[in-house]
Design a binder for this molecule. Structure first.
Ligand SMILES: [Zn+2]
Length: 378
């Protein structure tokens, strides 16, 4: 089997899991955050920098690589690892989320989805079989089943039909997967905020015995307490001996809250996207480095951070670069934000091993400012 999971310790205080996921490109400890490299690059970071900051796995987007440069070119290069010179693990999504979030004029049928290319307007079609063929050509260690990710909120009736179709699509994905010996295919549990539908989706998918499971359809605009409540009743439905991946989640509070509910893997564009806007995550909350008050502030972004950016560059210098739209400024903020989340996950893993993740959450939330009224989500 391409992907296996080893559960090493369960936090006695919270039920969070410390474990390891083994892939054809190495093993990584969980819970883990995966930086997003949409177009076979984590924007502004070299693979060498990602390695240096301690990222063992990154995510890339099937939809985007299918359109540019085309999976045939990636395959010809020897697969995504060789194409982008990344020797760590890679996860590709199925393209489904982008089809549903980026494109207008989509039409869902049993066979698949018709939609328009968000760049050229050209008519395209994606199906479970096609999503598998493209992901087999890309050659990531972990691939995702093609699913429908309905918006929030969605009616129960709509969601039920969608969950049932997603289960049928998952079966077709398993059937179409050509490289199970070196690529692990994860199933995606849908069902929105409805407990009965999450249960149905989990039953359908776990009966197909995927090497890992994602909880999809969250972080699509629902309040945080809805996400936590859905995780509370969904993760217990998933097998203990397989990794669990919460898709599209990357704010520090949600990484901790998700880990507490038994999630092992996360991804999100948040740290890299806000970095390119000059916003940094720090141990004392978010810091908008563009602000005028940092013009003569020669301290690092985060005085408690030992990343390459914080060891060498000041707020004043980074503010100057970001204000002047200098690429190097965005590289420095991106490096720091990713390092911050990778380090946070390391702290989460240590707290799990020491059975004190609940205490860690309280301390972190207090210092970050999540407990303040009107606190931002990151
Ligand atoms: Zn730093």
């Amino acid at each position: 089997m391409a992907i296996t999971y080893e559960l090493i310790h369960t936090c006695k205080q919270t039920g969070a899991r410390y474990g390891k996921v083994h892939t054809p490109h190495g093993s990584f400890e969980t819970p883990m955050f995966m930086p997003v490299g949409t177009l076979a690059t984590v924007k502004t970071m070299s693979p060498e920098e990602l390695e240096r900051m301690g990222a063992p796995i990154i995510l890339s987007n099937t939809y985007h690589l299918w359109l540019r440069p085309g999976e045939d070119i990636v395959k010809e290069a020897g697969g995504l690892h060789k194409f982008m010179n990344w020797d760590g693990s890679i996860l590709t999504d199925s393209g489904g989320f982008q089809v549903f979030s980026l494109s207008d004029l989509r039409q869902i049928e049993e066979e698949g989805v018709h939609f328009r290319n968000h760049i050229s307007g050209e008519k395209l079609f994606l199906s479970p079989e096609k999503a598998m063929r493209i992901q087999n050509d890309l050659g990531a260690d972990i691939m995702m089943a093609f699913d429908e990710c309905p918006p929030y909120p969605a009616e129960h009736k709509y969601m039920k039909d969608s969950v049932e179709r997603t289960s049928r699509w998952a079966e077709r994905c398993l059937e179409a997967h050509q490289r199970p010996q070196d690529q692990g295919l994860f199933g995606i549990i849908q069902g929105g905020e409805y407990e009965d539908l999450r249960r149905q989706s989990a039953q359908d998918l776990t009966s197909m015995d995927f090497p890992g499971y994602a909880v999809g359809g969250l972080s699509v605009g629902e309040p945080k307490d809805v996400m936590n409540r859905v995780l509370d009743f969904t993760t217990p439905l998933l097998p203990n001996d397989k990794p669990r991946y919460l898709m599209g989640v990357g704010s520090p509070d949600s990484l901790i809250d998700g880990s507490m509910r038994g999630i092992d893997m996360f991804d999100c564009v948040l740290p890299t996207r806000i970095a390119r806007n000059g916003t940094c995550m720090t141990s004392n909350g978010r810091l908008v480095v563009r602000n005028a008050k940092f013009a003569r502030d020669f301290r690092p972004i985060d005085e408690n951070c030992d990343c390459h950016t914080c060891r060498n560059y000041s707020r004043a210098y980074i503010r100057h670069l970001v204000k002047a739209n200098e690429t190097f400024g965005f590289r420095l903020t991106t490096y720091h934000n990713l390092y911050f989340l990778l380090k946070l996950m390391g702290q989460v893993r240590e707290a799990i091993k020491e059975d004190r993740l609940g205490d860690f959450r309280d301390e972190f939330f207090e210092q970050y400012g999540f407990n303040k009224p009107n606190a931002k989500n990151f």
